[in-house]
Each structure stands twice: as C-alpha cells, then as structure tokens.
Ligand binder design. Structure first.
Ligand code: ATP
Ligand code: MG
Length: 326
C-alpha cells in the first residue's frame, strides 16, 4: 500500500472575481522511502498541494473534490485537533521561503526543542537535548552553533536548521517547497545532498517542489510535471528526462538544455498560463502548444500511457504530431 494516495483532488480559492481552481483533478501516490517531485512554472499550484496535504489551506480555500489517503486513512475527515496532532508528527513541511520565517529572538536550538516538546510532552529534557544534538549532527551543523540566534547563521545553515526542525518528530513524509531557491548553487548542492541522505538513512518519503526541473531530477526518483493546476506528465525520472511526452515537458527540458550554449536548442515560446478562474476544463496548455488541434480546444485530454509508470495528459494524435514535428 502506498504511504500517500491522492485521488482526483481539486482545490479552489474563492476570489473577488470567482472561484480559482489552483489544483484541478490531480491524482498521485508515493511509497514509503521514495521521493516525488512536482515541477512547473510559478502559479501552477505546487504550494497549494503542499498546504492541502498539511491541512493548512487559508480560509478562502477548500477541497472541492477528491480524497487524500495517508497510510490508509482519509485525511479529509480530520478535525482541527487531529490535524494539529498529525501535522509535524506524520507529515512535515519545509515551507517556501521558510528560512526567513525563523523567530529572530529565540535561539535556534530552543525553536527545535519547542517543536519536539509540542508533539512529545512525555519526553524528558535530557532525551530532548540529545535528540536536538542528533538532528544538528544529521544536517551537519556544528554543536557549538546550537545556541546561536538565527541571524548568526548563513542562509545555508538556516536552511539546514529548518530541515532539522522538519525532522524533529520523525515524520514519515517531508514536503520540501522550493527549499533551495534562495541559495547560491554550491550551498544548494549541499542542501540537496542533505535531503537525499536523510531520505535514504531514515527511509523518509519526500515530496519535493521546485520550478527547476534540473533540481527536481537531482533529488527525485519520480516526477510530476504541472501546468495550470493540472499534472500533465508523470513518470520515473529517467522516463521523463529521456523520453518526455507532453509538449510542455519538452518545452521545460528544452529551456533547461538550452542553458548549455553549445547545445543550440530552440526553446518554443510559452504564452501566458490559462486564467484559472475562467479555464474551461479543456487542455490547459492548448494556448501555447505548437501541436494544438481543434480537439485540444474543444475536448478534455485523457491519460496516454507510455509505460505502466509513464503517462501524459494529452491526446495520442497530438503527441504523435509533436514527435513528427521535432
Ligand atoms: N490565498 C489565495 N487566494 C487566492 N488565490 C490564491 C491564493 N494562494 C494562491 N492562489 C492562486 O492559486 C494559484 C496557485 O498558487 P500556488 O502558490 O499554489 O502556485 P505555485 O506553483 O506554488 O507558485 P510559485 O512557484 O510562484 O510558488 C495561483 O494562481 C495563485 O495566484
Ligand atoms: Mg509555491
């Protein structure tokens, strides 16, 4: 049984101009100890997925359809108290821009102690202190920096401390939302290595969110490519990288590969993403797709299977046309 199984999830925000479907009928699952990456452009719904899994959607948001099964139980039925107990203990999240969210007037170790105490009121002070030392050791922060305030840490160290905090209650699943976006490439690389090490050593599942397909491919074994609130392609990392199916995935990969100046790759232009309030439920990428046909504008696509694990949300004709055209 998968650790997390999300079925036909749709999440909407009430806005002044109407209901905005930020996540539109998505399904995915993750096994214990595996890593799954969500990649896609800004506004495609990545953070909304994370917040939904944490039961932290804002007041104006709601789950419009779908089920979220974690370890066999449907999270949709949890009340506030059950969510408080569940959050951090079973699933924890490294929030987007979290490293600026540490409390500046509380020492770093005290912030982690508080996270442990909240979920383990029965744990002794000595055990908690030991646990904090182990966590810092795990994320490679020297012991003598435990009592520092957050502003005394570099960006990379703050991000390591945030990861330690997320691990405080041994969650089975960690959601990491753009954990390295604000860091330089060398520190980014170190943090990604840290996340992979933790996943392996603790057998923690990881949902990794990023707009950068290279980063997702570095960390994750499985990839979901998102566009306009929908998953447009899913598969194992090698499948998506070696044999991208969906025209949007191909565009994403082309823009990544074109960074190599010798590659001489032409990147197709992407128009503005669809308005998620007026979107009519047909193909969300139709407006930018070189291979768009009349059907793409009038009918909703379906899942085209390349293998048991590799699928694209498109039409077979469109995929064929795309392959012939490039
Ligand atoms: N509280 C809110 N009220 C109304 N709309 C919202 C709210 N939060 C997010 N949205 C909208 O939902 C859509 C998805 O937003 P989300 O933050 O999930 O995207 P994202 O993929 O995480 O983007 P980014 O890469 O910029 O972090 C966007 O159109 C966004 O404007
Ligand atoms: Mg986001």
């Amino acid at each position: 049984m998968a650790l997390l199984n999300v079925e036909n999830l749709t999440v909407g925000y009430k806005t002044k101009t109407g209901l905005l479907k930020a996540v539109n009928d998505i399904s995915f699952s993750i096994e214990q100890g595996r890593s799954l990456g969500f990649v896609g452009e800004s506004g495609c719904g990545k953070t909304t997925i994370g917040m939904t899994l944490m039961g932290l959607l804002p007041e104006n948001a709601s789950i419009l359809q779908g089920d979220i099964y974690f370890n066999g139980s449907n999270l949709a039925g949890l009340n506030d108290k059950q969510w408080r107990d569940f959050r951090g203990r079973e699933i924890s999240m490294i929030f987007q821009a979290a490293m600026n969210a540490m409390n500046p007037v509380i020492r770093v170790d005290e912030q982690i102690i508080e996270a442990i105490e909240t979920h383990n009121p029965e744990m002794s002070k000595t055990d908690i202190n030991e646990k904090v030392k182990t966590l810092f050791n795990m994320v490679d922060i020297p012991k003598d920096r435990l009592k520092d305030y957050p502003h005394q840490y570099s960006g990379g160290m703050k991000q390591r401390a945030i990861i330690a905090m997320a691990l405080a209650c041994n969650p089975r699943l960690i959601i990491a939302d753009e954990p390295t976006t604000a860091l330089d490439v060398i520190v980014q690389d170190q943090i990604l290595k840290e996340i992979k090490k933790i996943q392996k050593e603790l057998n923690t599942s990881v949902v990794f969110i990023s707009h950068d397909i290279a980063v997702v491919a570095d960390v994750c074994e499985d990839i979901c490519v998102m566009y306009g609130g929908q998953i447009v392609e899913k598969g194992k990392r090698e499948e998506v990288f070696k044999c991208p199916l969906h025209p949007y995935t191909k565009t994403l990969l082309a823009s990544y590969l074109s960074l190599d100046s010798d590659a001489n790759i032409k990147v197709p232009e992407i128009q503005k993403a669809p308005d998620l309030i007026t979107f009519n439920g047909k193909c969300c990428f139709a407006g930018s797709c070189n291979c768009c046909t009349a059907k793409c504008k009038s009918h909703s696509p379906g899942w085209v299977n390349m293998s048991e694990t590799h699928q694209a949300f498109c039409f077979e004709d469109t995929l064929k046309k795309d392959n012939n055209g490039r």
